[in-house]
Design a protein. Structure first.
Length: 478
């Protein structure tokens, strides 16, 4: 006998578990299936997906620890705090990280219980569609049992893309999973890919003492960010000792028990070699559609292997939706969550909402990098006239008091309407400050609107205020 639900969510990551909770809040009977891709001593499903288990959350724990380590070793003396040379206990650092992961993943199970969401242990796969007393329902196999649902939300996420011919053992050659569990500080660490994961993980191990070299195939560093942010980041990271080489082409990668040797061609066509103790491969991610049996029911996929959806996450199949990394758009946990809520509310007949133009991006390096909206180069390419306001953190009293004067806030506003088109930040607490830009853009604010709002003093948010004033060439403190 099949278990019957109004909604079955396939995948318990950020998009899936949030969609399940919101659907349950709206009165649906909901089940969420998770195939337990991450190790659990009891063999139980580990909710939270890549983000909570081997992504956003554990990486931020390591970034915080490594930041404190660098502060103690290099910056405390400037503030009159005298301590001995710090020693990192990698095992203890990892244990703390794992405890945070366990607390949060267990917390989602508690939220499921609170909201009466049924957790199913197993990989969800389509079987077909059949008629029932209340219309047609979807049949899915979850592990060894059959379930039926009027509506299905696919939230199966993504997995790391690997280099062809270079097996990942997560000991010598690591993807995002192994990068979080390196058991000792490598003397030399190589990273392939200067994206978010590469920069964040490279930053962690550089602070802890590794000699880190990042190899990037693209000719320009951080081309996805605003040009001024990319230039500042490159300058700051180089000063910190993070070596980044762009415009390369990877050749042979040879792995031994002692380490790894990478042959590559530099931007000028010269043959180069990089030897390292460990290698982190961070060359992007690919959608998880393996085992979903999409072809069995005619679920359309794009050429990139993503599930094809419209602007409201509807697939080509009636009653089937898809959210998160498995569909087009930025592979960000908060984007997946917003889509999950939107889908649940639309299933309930409400006006679900997800504005893809105001999704913030963050890179948790030091200094942090965050942005929302258009970059200067995008506006120029689109022929949109704009005004820019750019204010350095070095002009801010709170930033100086924190010992964090690096970076700036840059605001871009339409030259004709003054509507804010983009906000770009590199500096302390950029991940928190960017929310002001998101709110402003979501409600169609002008730079004048932010310029007229009182900001507490002394705070880092005053730099956002000054950038808004600078759009009209009237900053007060710079």
């Amino acid at each position: 006998m099949s278990k019957q639900f109004d909604v079955v969510v396939v995948g318990g990551g950020p998009g899936g578990y949030v969609a399940a909770i919101r659907a349950a809040q709206l009165g649906f009977s909901v089940a969420c299936c998770e195939s337990n891709p991450y190790a659990d001593p009891k063999g139980e499903p580990r909710l939270g997906g890549t983000c909570l288990n081997v992504g956003c959350i554990p990486s931020k724990a390591l970034l915080h620890t490594s930041h404190l380590f660098e502060e103690v070793g290099h910056n405390f003396a400037d503030q009159g705090i005298c301590v001995g040379a710090p020693i990192i206990d990698v095992a203890r650092m990892s244990a703390r990280k794992n405890a945070i992961v366990k607390q949060l993943t267990s917390g989602i199970k508690g939220l499921f219980k609170k909201n009466k969401v049924t957790l199913l242990n197993g990989h969800g796969a389509f079987v077909g569609r059949k008629a029932s007393g209340e219309g047609e329902v979807w049949q899915l196999r979850v592990g060894q049992e059959m379930v039926e649902a009027k509506q299905v939300i696919v939230a199966t996420g993504s997995k790391a893309r690997h280099l062809p011919g270079v097996p990942v053992d997560n000991e010598i050659v690591c993807d995002n999973v192994g990068a979080l569990d390196i058991d000792a500080v490598p003397k030399k660490l190589a990273v392939i890919g200067a994206g978010v994961i590469g920069l964040e993980m490279g930053s962690v191990w550089r602070r802890l003492g590794s000699e880190v070299t990042i190899l990037e195939a693209l000719p320009d560093f951080l081309s996805v960010t605003d040009v001024d942010v990319a230039k500042e980041a490159a300058k700051v990271f180089a000063k910190q000792g993070l070596k980044i080489i762009t415009g390369i082409e990877i050749g042979d990668v040879k792995v031994s028990q002692k380490g790894v040797s990478i042959d590559y061609t530099d931007k000028d066509g010269g043959a180069q070699k990089l030897d390292a103790d460990r290698l982190i491969v961070s060359i992007g991610r690919i959608p998880n559609t393996d085992g979903l049996q999409a072809e069995k029911v005619g679920l359309k996929l794009t050429e990139r292997g993503q599930i094809e959806v419209d602007s409201h996450c509807r697939t080509n199949l009636p009653g089937v939706w898809a959210v998160g990394d498995v569909v087009a758009g930025p592979m960000l946990a908060h984007k997946a969550m917003e889509e999950g809520v939107m889908v649940a509310e639309m299933m309930a007949g409400q006006s679900g909402h997800c504005n893809f133009d105001t999704i913030p991006w963050v890179i948790y390096t030091s200094p942090e990098i965050a942005w929302v909206g258009k970059t200067e180069q995008q506006l120029k390419a689109e022929g949109i006239a704009f005004r820019a306001g750019k204010i350095p953190f070095a002009a801010n009293g709170r930033a100086l008091g924190m010992g964090e004067p690096t970076g700036f806030v840059k605001m871009l506003a339409c030259a004709e309407t003054d509507r804010i088109l983009g906000v770009h930040i590199i500096g302390a607490n950029a991940s928190e400050l960017i929310s002001e830009g998101v709110v402003a853009m979501e409600f169609g604010a002008a730079s004048e609107d932010l310029a007229r709002i009182c900001h507490a003093h002394p705070t880092l948010s005053e730099v956002v205020h000054e950038a808004a004033l600078a759009c009209d060439k009237r900053p007060l403190h710079f």
